[in-house]
Design a protein around this ligand. Structure first.
Ligand code: FAD
Length: 381
C-alpha cells in the first residue's frame, strides 16, 4: 500500500479533497461516457461546479474566487486526472482566470472573474493558428483599433473549451508585421457576437469529451476596454509570465493519470488469472509494477515540489518546462505498460487504462511541445 502523502497537504485540504471526490463521483463520472459521445461536457456541469466552489479556487475572494491557492487547483485537477475525466477543461479555464488576476485591469477582473467562478462564463485561450503553433510569433489574427473598438479577423485551431467558451483570451497582432512587440491579448466575449463562428469540434485520438474546436473571426468588433491590461504589445510578456502555471498543471494531471492507471492495473492483475495463477504472481508483472510505482513516485515528488514552488511564487520557467516534458513522457511510458498488463482488455475504451493511454499522447504536444521544453531548458544550461 502506498503511504506517501504530499508534503503540502493539510487538514483543510483533506476536507476540500473529500468534497471534490464526492462531487466528481456523483456529478461527473456517471456522465463521462455520454460526454465522450457528444464531444463536450455541456454548460450545466460548469454551473454546478461553480455552485459547488470548484472553479477559480485560487482566485482572490474579492473577485468571486475561492481565495485559495494552487494546491486547491491541483487537487481538483488530480481527482479528474486519475479518473480519466479529461473532458472538463478546468485547466484552461483557470489559466484564463490567472491572466486576468495577474495582468487584467481592475474593471476587467470585476467584469469577468465572478462569472468565471460561478461557471456562467467558461474560459478558453486562443493562441494556436493553422499555420502557427510552436512559432507563436507567426500568428496572423489581427486586431486593429477603430474608434472605441478593436476589429478582429483571423482564425484559431485546437482551442480547448472552444465550443462552450463564453470568454476567449485571444492572442492577436495589434501591430501586424511586428513579432512579439506587436502581440496583445484581447478578452473576447462570444455570446451573440457578430462575425464570430465556432467551427467543428475536432475528432481527436483521445480526450474525446473535450470540446477542442476551430474558431473563426470575421471583422469581429470588441470594445477596446477588453485589451488585457489596457496596453498594446504586452501579449508575449503576459503569456510568458503564466507559462510555469500552465506547465505545472499539465504535470499535475500527468502524474494523477499515472497514479490512476497504476491503481487500476494493480487491481486488474490481482484478479485476472492465466496458467493456473493470478497475473500478479508472474515475476514479470511484479517487476513491471515495481518499475511503474517507482517512476510514478519520482514524478509525484517532482510535481509536489513544483506545486509548493507555485504557492511560494518561485516556480521558474525552466523547472516548469522540465516537469512538463519529463512527466508527460513518463506518463506515456507508464500507461503503455498498464495497457500491456491488461492484455486485450487494455485496448478497450471501457477500461480506464485505455482512455488514460489515449489521453496521454497529447500531453507531450500541447502547452508547448516537449521539444520546445528542451529548447527552453537547454538555453539555461
Ligand atoms: C488536444 C489539443 C488541445 C489544445 N489546446 C489548445 C488551446 O486551448 N489553445 C491553444 O492556443 N492551442 C491549443 N493546442 C495547440 C497546441 O498548443 C499546439 O498544437 C502545439 O503548441 C504545437 O503546435 P503545432 O501543432 O503548430 O505544431 P508545430 O509547431 O508545427 O510542430 C511540429 C513539430 O515540430 C517540432 N518543432 C517545432 N519547432 C521546433 C524547434 N524550434 N525545435 C525542435 N522542434 C520543433 C515540434 O516539437 C513538433 O514535433 C491544443 C492542441 C491539441 C492537440
Amino acid at each position: 500500500m502506498d503511504t506517501y502523502v504530499s508534503p503540502w497537504m493539510d487538514d483543510e485540504l483533506v476536507i476540500f479533497r473529500d468534497s471534490i471526490m464526492k462531487f466528481v463521483e456523483a456529478e461527473m463520472l456517471p456522465y463521462d461516457a455520454a460526454w465522450r459521445g457528444q464531444q463536450h461536457v455541456g454548460a450545466d456541469i460548469w454551473r454546478k461546479a461553480g455552485a459547488a466552489g470548484l472553479l477559480c479556487t485560487d482566485v482572490p475572494a474579492q473577485f468571486g474566487g475561492g481565495g485559495g491557492d494552487f494546491r486547491h487547483e491541483a487537487i481538483l485537477y488530480a481527482e479528474l486526472g486519475r479518473r480519466g475525466l479529461s473532458g472538463f477543461g478546468q485547466g484552461v479555464h483557470s489559466i484564463c482566470a490567472q491572466y486576468l488576476v495577474n495582468h487584467g485591469t481592475d474593471a476587467q477582473r470585476r467584469s469577468f472573474l465572478p462569472r468565471m467562478a460561478s461557471g456562467e462564463l467558461i474560459g478558453a485561450i486562443g493562441m494556436t493558428e493553422p499555420s502557427a503553433g510552436s512559432d507563436l510569433q507567426g500568428i496572423k489574427t489581427r486586431a486593429l483599433r477603430d474608434g472605441d473598438d478593436y476589429v478582429i479577423s483571423g482564425s484559431k485551431i485546437f482551442i480547448t473549451n472552444g465550443y462552450l467558451a463564453g470568454l476567449i483570451a485571444l492572442v492577436v497582432k495589434t501591430t501586424p508585421g511586428e513579432g512579439a512587440k506587436g502581440t496583445s491579448i484581447i478578452l473576447v466575449e462570444t455570446a451573440d457576437l457578430p462575425g464570430f463562428r465556432v467551427g467543428r469540434i475536432l475528432d481527436k485520438m483521445g480526450m474525446k469529451a473535450q470540446d477542442t474546436a476551430e474558431l473563426f473571426f470575421d471583422e469581429v468588433r470588441v470594445p477596446a476596454a477588453n485589451l488585457l491590461g489596457g496596453a498594446e504589445g504586452q501579449g508575449f510578456y503576459q503569456l510568458m509570465a503564466d507559462l510555469p502555471y500552465e506547465r505545472a498543471l499539465i504535470a499535475v494531471s500527468g502524474v494523477a493519470a499515472m497514479e490512476g492507471g497504476l491503481a487500476a492495473t494493480i487491481a486488474y492483475v490481482k484478479d485476472r488469472r492465466a496458467f493456473g495463477q493470478s497475473i500478479a504472481e508472474f515475476q514479470n508483472t511484479k517487476f513491471k509494477l515495481a518499475e511503474l510505482a517507482t517512476k510514478t513516485r519520482v514524478a509525484r515528488v517532482f510535481v509536489d515540489d513544483c506545486i509548493a514552488r507555485i504557492v511560494a511564487g518561485t516556480l521558474d520557467t525552466v523547472t516548469a518546462s522540465m516537469a512538463k516534458y519529463w512527466v508527460s513522457d513518463t506518463q506515456q511510458e507508464v500507461l503503455d505498460e498498464c495497457v500491456q498488463l491488461h492484455g486485450g482488455y487494455g485496448y478497450m475504451n471501457e477500461y480506464l487504462v485505455c482512455r488514460l493511454f489515449a489521453d496521454a499522447r497529447v500531453q507531450r504536444i500541447y502547452g508547448g511541445t516537449n521539444e520546445i521544453m528542451k529548447v527552453l531548458i537547454s538555453r539555461a544550461l
